[in-house]
Ligand binder design. Structure first.
Ligand SMILES: *Cc1c(COP(=O)(O)O)cnc(C)c1O
Length: 458
């Protein structure tokens, strides 16, 4: 028998209507938005694949927990529930809540980096790198070369190249490194995991030089699922056990709870380093709030605590990643160019190969994202020359190798019929790709231009 269908391990109790619009309406709206999907109103979007950050559907157990919020200024019971969940699932003793992930990065970077020190990372994430640099640190990319190639089928493209780490130590000395910042399911590489064997190798290397690993654990559960599916020796382990082993190689973590943790807002840092914890508690009061709420309501901490237990349910995480792969495989089978292997949270259209007639200076990924919205009301995001911005020294456009449109799948929100609508829209556009025209930028903000830039059709 062929492989059997595995459906979601939940059913729908409440629905949120979404607006159906006409093509004429969407042509008008995308023009008003300057061909930038960030400038569309959410109510004009049919299927919103802009991001999976904070867009998860919470469960009835999480919603009922919200009613049990203890909104005390100090010592909220929900904080202790969160602490217990982190101890049991991630294995870190000390927890400092923050309003979202970047606040935990801020505190960690300020406390752990001395001006001029390097912070090796497996590729970068926007906010993580920004906070490292603001603290006077220097970002050092230690991901394997394969990660930079959209067509390389390596199963663990998030792996760290230990030779790159060694080179840094040989040239600068171990004292020049603050810590290793290791991210599971690397977002900017397309949601690509590292293997446990690689992590073990990195941890052994780091131990030799007494360098701590601090995870950006935002997508650790998706990574644990890939290890279970792909790595010898892990097929019979639960995602919960695998996650626990992964985290055991680190001294601490920061996280955006808006991803794995299945909530709409929140984050925290966690560690087994008592001294770091003491310092972080002092700092969180200045920037976020007292160390037992850190910018969150009691009810938010309860929702995170419950989300942490739900995220390691094997059936849930399998259905989450399988839905991403369902969409990706439909596109692959139709011959549509996407980044492979398919990642844990998104499918990336390769706009360079989708629209070879549009030169990169005419923003092919931006044009494709706009065309997708017009065709079906699906909202995606450009990850190419617009997102890359200009070189601060020369003022020239940075020309990234990857010119992509990201279709990011929110957790527990859409059905596979929604994924079919997305896939069929991409196929229709691919058949008529010659008709898609390039764009001209008519308004360009100085920093992070992709959020606000405006375009016109050529
Ligand atoms: C989203 C994200 C962050 C930042 O977290 P926020 O909650 O958005 O502040 C950091 N690292 C990674 C890998 C992320 O995906």
């Amino acid at each position: 028998m062929k492989t059997r269908t595995i459906a979601e391990p939940y059913k729908i109790k409440m629905v949120e209507p979404i607006k159906m619009t006409t093509r004429e309406y969407r042509v008008e709206k995308i023009r008003e938005a300057g061909y930038n999907t960030f400038l569309l109103k959410s109510e004009d979007v049919y299927i919103d694949l802009l991001t999976d950050s904070g867009t998860s559907a919470m469960s009835d157990w999480q919603w009922s927990g919200m009613m049990l919020g203890d909104e005390a200024y100090a010592g909220s019971r929900n904080f202790y529930n969160l602490e217990k969940a982190v101890q049991e699932i991630y294995g870190f003793q000390y927890v400092v809540p923050t309003h979202q992930g970047r606040a935990a990065e801020h505190i960690t970077s300020q406390l752990r980096i001395k001006r001029g020190q390097y912070v090796p990372m497996n590729m970068y994430f926007t906010t993580t790198r920004e906070h490292v640099e603001r603290a006077g640190g220097i970002f050092y990319d230690c991901i394997i070369d394969e990660a930079h190639d959209a067509q390389n089928p390596h199963p663990f493209k998030g792996n760290v190249d230990v030779r790159k780490l060694q080179k840094l130590v040989d040239e600068k000395g171990a004292d020049a490194i603050a810590y290793l910042s290791i991210a599971p399911c690397v977002n900017m590489a397309g949601g690509q995991p590292f293997s446990m064997a690689n992590l073990r190798e990195v941890a052994e290397w780091a131990k030799r030089y007494d360098l701590p690993i601090i995870f950006d654990a935002t997508r650790a559960v998706e990574n644990a699922y890939f290890i279970q599916q792909r790595e010898p020796g892990y097929a019979n382990k639960s995602v919960r056990e695998i996650l626990r082993e992964m985290m055991s190689y680190g001294e601490g973590m920061t996280i955006s709870s808006k991803k794995d943790n299945l909530v709409n807002i929140g984050g925290f840092l966690a560690t087994n380093n008592e001294h770091f914890f003491a310092k972080a508690k002092e700092m969180v009061v200045v920037f976020e709030g007292l160390h037992t709420y850190g910018g969150l309501a009691g009810r938010d901490m309860e929702a995170i605590a419950r989300g942490i237990y739900e995220m390691v349910d094997d059936a849930y995480i399998a259905s989450r990643v399988r839905q991403v792969h369902y969409l990706g495989n439909r596109l692959l089978n139709a011959g549509i160019p996407i980044v492979v292997p398919i990642g844990g949270h998104a499918v990336f259209l390769d706009a360079k190969r989708f629209l070879p007639h549009i030169p990169q200076e005419q923003f092919p990924a931006q044009a494709l994202a706009a065309a997708l919205y017009v065709d079906s009301g699906v909202r995606a995001m450009e990850r190419g020359i617009v997102s890359a911005g200009r070189d601060p020294k020369t003022g020239e456009n940075r020309k990234p190798k990857l010119e992509l449109v990201r279709l990011t799948i929110p957790r527990r929100v859409y059905t596979n019929l929604h994924m079919d609508v997305v896939a069929e829209s991409c196929m229709a556009l691919y058949e008529e790709r010659d008709k898609i025209r390039g764009l001209r930028m008519v308004y360009e903000p100085e920093s992070l231009r992709f959020f606000q830039a405006r375009f016109e059709e050529l």
